[in-house]
Design a protein around this ligand. Structure first.
Ligand code: ADP
Ligand code: MG
Length: 695
């Protein structure tokens, strides 16, 4: 029987209704799909504990014991049942709040109790524990590890809770014992000491013991990561075959700029990255490179130098920024730097007027513009270049992948692509989401920067913070005050922002205060931003619109209100707005008093380190890749069934290495021994179009 073609509807214990739910909720269509719903945790049912051994609220435990007494407490809806349970040595309280009329408890009869302890009145108890009469306990209930399966509310309503899922999988046990076809080559299985596929799938659902279960999971994780890497690397190899515009010259524009305009010495990291990019540009194949560099590491300059290289070779460059403010800022910085040269730069954003646009389109098509800076507006069809050779996308994470690929269609050939991000991406994530790109890292800040000092207080200390702001302003510095703005609650947040703005105006009557937020007309936003930039206002009250890229070196304090409502990477990005000048800068996180464990950890990490990569790692550990700042939109293009980018870094490295080895030997997967990979890639359909494919 081929499990991969066996309709889930006809599996024992399923039927039409459940099949429908399984399809919709989990994408399970076949018996094999069902077997690929892997447990997310296991509970050791072979272990019994004594009540005195209970020492935390995080682990399920099972105890053998009897009920010595029970009684109802309270009346009506508030009524609950309380029982005393003993293992012969100590006692513990059991409590039921719901449906206590159906509860049938027997006194002094042995029970198997299973549950997670909680704490009430400084004592452990069990709320709604699972009780089974000892005489009814089946051997498999207390045998080894019990797997737990993900379910949803809809599934539970149809009896498909974890146990329900397990029951269906149990019915497939015999079929599974007949074996599944292997999906990895025998060389790989041997080289990496992997468990065979059949045994792995079997042991994941019916584990003999913990080591076997772990080996089984490792095999399945490896396989999952391997195929993603194989697809990505194949894509990368294919791209290397793509003809790219050849840019071998380092000419007048570049040299003139380097000699006459460069306001400072490049850092070694900047130099290295420019060389890496230059290597790509003259190689003859199309470049796809990701440039990672923490906030303030000087990516703009690198971008500009690359654009000049393109110009020297007769090609145009477009630089795309995620917001209007940023595009404008790039325009300002870049045109200022280029003043002594003949390089022509233009800006195109949503607020460029029709008239300006028409002129711009003409100049662009005539090749009279070397560098076009802009927002999404660059992607519109009517924007046609004479010879676009290089696309630089700043702060990539703001753009969806779909937009990333749209750029490729601007010209006959794909231009070189440089994606710049200030959100340090943990290696595992970069290897997966951007695994088809080459990566450069600016891992060094320009000299003379003092690390930002980060402090965490509760909002009760606002008065003190205001005094501190006053002192800084007296020294001639400027201050950012950031309020949260969460999409779902925009109205309320805007009100908060407005109130905050008024409060600050009152607290600082002798200073000028600007305010910007995302709902403002962009002309108004720019006006306010420019006033702050020119030093006409001392305080800028804002939402996260200032998060990305805004550069005001004179601003030395960043106060973040309700910092608990921001993600780690977002906080780090915000902090990057200060510390751009020579003075000591501060980032002050103000939160409520009561914090969740998670929030406390986030604040502690912020205070402890300025290293964006460490912060990104921590973010990944705390929140998981799905929520990770900077990837929500570009997103993981697939669900990982078993591997985790937070914890399986080592396996991922191995899987990538394995995929690389296979492809080095046989780039097109044509050899007989590699058929298996080609076939499986077709089955899995990890389409690189999800990433950034042009093929
Ligand atoms: P980001 O990487 O965050 O985009 P920017 O390109 O905005 O950083 O650079 C941050 C600041 O550092 C700018 O004011 C820029 O002029 C300055 N800068 C860039 N490179 C250097 C350098 N090599 N030496 C000194 N300052 C530099
Ligand atoms: Mg930048």
């Amino acid at each position: 029987m081929d499990l991969s073609t066996q309709d889930i509807t006809y599996c024992k214990g399923v039927g039409t209704k459940r099949a429908d739910i399984l399809r919709k909720e989990l994408g399970v269509h076949t018996a094999l799909d069902m077997l690929q719903q892997y447990p997310y945790k296991y509970i050791d049912r072979s272990r019994f504990v004594y009540i005195h051994e209970i020492d935390n609220e995080d682990t399920f435990v099972q105890i053998k014991g009897v009920i010595t007494e029970f009684h109802a407490v309270g009346v009506g809806k508030a009524q609950r049942m309380v029982a005393t349970f003993t293992d012969g040595q100590r006692t513990i309280e059991l409590v039921w709040f719901k449906q206590i009329q159906y509860l049938k408890l027997q006194l002094n009869t042995p029970y198997l109790l299973f549950g997670k302890p909680s704490v009430f009145n400084h004592q452990y108890n069990f709320v709604h524990p699972e009780l089974t009469l000892w005489s009814k306990v089946k051997p498999e209930m207390t045998e080894g590890l019990e797997p737990y399966y993900n379910t949803t509310e809809r599934m539970k309503n149809a009896g498909l809770n974890s146990r329900g899922m397990r029951a269906i999988i149990l019915n497939l046990k015999d079929a599974l014992l007949q074996g599944l076809p292997e999906t990895l080559g025998v060389d790989l299985v041997n080289a990496y000491h992997l468990m065979g596929r059949s045994q792995a799938v079997y042991s994941v659902h019916f584990p003999k013991d913990t080591p076997t279960m772990q080996r089984a999971r490792a095999r399945l994780k490896f396989e999952e990561l391997f195929y993603i890497q194989l697809q990505l690397l194949r894509q990368m190899k294919r791209r290397e075959q793509n003809t790219g515009y050849k840019m071998p010259l380092v000419g007048h524009f570049f040299h003139q700029f380097y000699r006459e305009c460069l306001p400072f010495e490049l850092t070694d990291a900047q130099k290295r990255v420019v060389r890496e990019i230059q290597g790509d540009l003259r190689s003859g194949s199309q470049m796809n490179r990701l440039l990672q560099g923490d906030v303030g590491s000087g990516k703009t300059l690198v971008a500009l130098l690359c654009a000049l290289l393109a110009a020297d070779n007769g090609y145009q460059t477009c630089i795309m920024a995620p917001t209007e403010i940023l595009a404008q800022q790039h325009m300002q910085t870049i045109s200022e730097l280029l003043k002594p040269t003949d390089v022509r730069v233009a800006l195109l954003t949503g607020s460029t007027t029709r008239k300006q646009r028409e002129l711009l389109h003409l100049a662009l098509r005539a090749g009279q513009i070397h560098i076009l800076i802009g927002t999404h507006a660059l992607l519109e069809d009517e924007v046609q270049f004479a010879n676009l050779g290089l696309c630089i996308i700043d702060e990539q994470h703001r753009f969806g992948v779909a937009q990333r690929s749209r750029l490729w269609y601007k010209n006959e050939h794909a231009p070189h692509i440089l994606v710049m991000t200030a959100t340090p991406i943990p290696r595992t994530l970069a290897m997966t989401v951007y695994g088809d790109l080459k990566v450069s890292v600016i891992d060094q800040l320009p000299p003379g920067r003092k690390p930002v000092q980060t402090l965490h207080y509760t909002l009760y200390r606002k008065g003190d913070i205001y005094r501190f702001m006053e002192q800084q302003i007296a020294k001639g510095h400027q201050v950012y005050v950031v309020f949260p703005l969460i999409k779902e609650n925009e109205k309320l947040d805007l009100q908060d922002l407005q109130n905050g703005f008024e409060e600050i105006c009152q607290a600082f009557p002798q200073h000028s205060v600007s305010m910007i937020h995302g709902q403002m007309k962009s002309a108004e936003k720019d006006f306010q931003m420019q006033r702050f930039q020119r030093g006409e206002t001392q305080i800028l009250v804002a939402t996260t619109v200032i998060e990305v890229g805004v550069n005001v070196p004179n601003a030395s304090v960043m106060v973040i209100m309700n910092a608990e409502r921001f993600g780690l990477s977002q906080l780090h990005q915000l902090r990057g707005r200060v510390g751009r000048g020579a003075e000591q800068s501060y980032c002050i996180l103000l939160t409520r008093v009561e914090l969740t464990k998670d929030t406390r950890q986030r604040m502690d990490i912020m205070v402890a380190t300025n290293d964006g990569f460490r912060i990104a790692e921590a973010d990944l550990q705390l929140r998981g890749p799905g929520d990770l700042e900077g990837t929500q939109q570009s997103g993981l293009p697939f669900d990982l069934k078993i591997a985790s980018l937070a914890t399986d870094g080592q396996l991922l490295e191995l899987a990538r290495e394995a995929a690389q080895t296979v492809l080095n030997d046989d780039p097109l997967l044509e050899k007989e021994c590699n058929r298996i990979y080609k076939r499986q890639l077709d089955v899995l359909r990890i389409t690189a179009a999800n990433w950034s494919d042009i093929s």
